[in-house]
Design a protein around this ligand. Structure first.
Ligand code: XMP
Length: 430
């Protein structure tokens, strides 16, 4: 490994990731580890230059305060503590040190080098992947989302044709999205890519299913079945590539923090399909994943793509999915994205999309009564998707989008703008 590292030991702080981010922003790699790390585990980490004992409000668990393993003090690393009254350090801080203090610790005391950058990361990971995989093969479900795309590009660089990508088009992708995955990975990067058009199969299973949870279960379950069928057709695959990133691991809970949400990726594969995991992005924050994608030469539209739910347009074509409404969602979404890009809103707004409810309203087209669907526009800003506020889009932009949707999208005679924050509304409708 090329990167020097500052280890943060989690003694019940809620700010571990903030601190890790600050240190990485100084150009020095930082990882969060549990408070009870052993000396052997610590010594097994590459290039540790210093340690921060990061205490805080969760340090007392069930009336018992967690303590760092005392042997850590004797390992010879520079060490400071934050909000940890029982600490035996020389230097103790009651709150997160300011940037100058942090710099002085990282560079003057720990003598760390600012060598954390994506070029070094890609070089290191390429070596590590080669070492792990050898001459064997890796299977990867390539959805076209940011994480799976960056993993694919990284694995491709490391092991080339030993990587087998499977892209399942469930028929609920945005306009031109599957085409773009094939264009970039198969035609431009020459990846070994299996493209499965499972549209009919998914839409068949979803026919007349109106309950949102039932729809999600069907889409998730069917995805695993299609992927499994493809995996069984292939010989000699030992590894499964996964786009797990650092927040997935941290949000799955540490020893002191409560679980925020369970970490899931291509979970649920049958037990007899046994793969070892390759997760080369598991130490990266989302913006670092994007920077890694750019370093690997992926197109910016793929790397800066807004979040898109796994069940895709299926949860935006409300109620029981019908093909006419699904097309209306897809076409209106494409128009919204085009107009947001023209207005520069694509760089400003966190997530924006359209939904089509499963009821009609009366209107007039060509001097005749019509009875058609409506498109609802939604544009929100958030930091962590737990709460969200709406974007106050200019009327002119909204009118332009409305005009285009009414003129270009079939079966639609009305456009509305969703004004609801989260909570009480969620970002998606289903
Ligand atoms: P909600 O609707 O819960 O959405 O406010 C929060 C964020 O999560 C995204 N989302 C999903 N992402 N698989 C995903 O990968 C899903 O099933 C899923 N459902 C919602 C949603 O788009 C928003 O960014």
């Amino acid at each position: 490994m090329k990167q020097d590292m500052i280890v943060i030991l989690d003694l019940g702080s809620t700010n571990n990731t903030v601190l890790a981010r600050e240190i990485r922003d100084l150009g020095v790699y930082s990882e969060i580890h549990p408070h009870d790390i052993t000396v052997e585990e610590l010594n097994a980490l590459d290039n540790v230059k210093g340690i921060i004992l990061n205490g805080g409000e969760n340090r007392v668990v069930d009336g018992q305060a967690v303590e760092v393993n005392p042997a850590v003090y004797d390992c010879g690393y520079p060490i400071i503590s934050v909000d940890y009254p029982g600490s035996k350090c020389e230097k103790q801080y009651t709150e997160l040190p300011d940037t100058d203090t942090l710099k002085s610790f990282v560079f003057d005391e720990c003598k760390a080098e600012a060598n954390w950058n994506m070029k070094n990361f890609v070089e290191d990971q390429t070596e590590l992947i080669k070492r792990q995989v050898g001459d064997r093969k890796v299977l990867l479900a390539l959805s076209g989302g940011v994480d799976s795309s960056v993993v694919a590009a990284l694995l491709l660089k490391a092991i080339g044709q030993q990587l087998v990508c499977v892209h399942v088009n469930h028929g609920l992708m945005r306009k031109n999205e599957s085409e773009s995955v094939v264009e970039v990975f198969k035609n431009q990067l020459h990846a070994n890519l299996i493209y499965v058009d499972a549209t009919e199969r998914f839409l068949g299973k979803l026919e007349n299913v109106a309950d949102p949870e039932e729809k999600r279960k069907i889409i998730g379950g069917e995805f695993i079945r299609v992927f499994e069928e493809e995996a069984r057709k292939l010989d000699g695959i030992d590894f499964l590539g996964q786009g797990t990133i650092y927040p997935d691991i941290i949000e799955s809970g540490t020893k002191t923090a409560k679980m925020v949400k369970s970490h899931h990726n291509v979970g649920g594969l049958p037990e007899d399909l046994q793969f070892e995991l390759v997760e080369p992005l598991k130490q990266l924050f989302k913006d670092e994943v994007r920077a890694c994608g750019i370093e690997l030469g992926l197109p910016p539209h793929m790397v800066y793509r807004q979040p898109f739910p796994g069940p895709g347009l299926g949860v935006r074509c409300l109620g029981a999915i019908t093909r006419d409404r699904l097309e209306a969602v897809r076409e209106s979404d494409a128009i919204l994205r085009e107009e947001f890009e023209k207005a520069g809103l694509d760089k400003k707004v966190w997530q924006y999309f359209t939904v089509v409810p499963d009821f009609k309203s009366v209107g007039m087209k060509n001097h005749e009564r019509c009875f058609e669907y409506m498109v609802i526009l939604r544009a929100i800003n958030t930091v962590d998707a737990m709460t969200a506020t709406i974007e106050k889009v200019d009327w002119e932009v909204l009118e332009k989008i409305t005009g285009r949707i009414l003129a270009e999208v079939e079966n639609v005679n009305r456009v509305c703008y969703d004004m609801s924050p989260k909570p009480p509304a969620t970002i998606e409708f289903e």
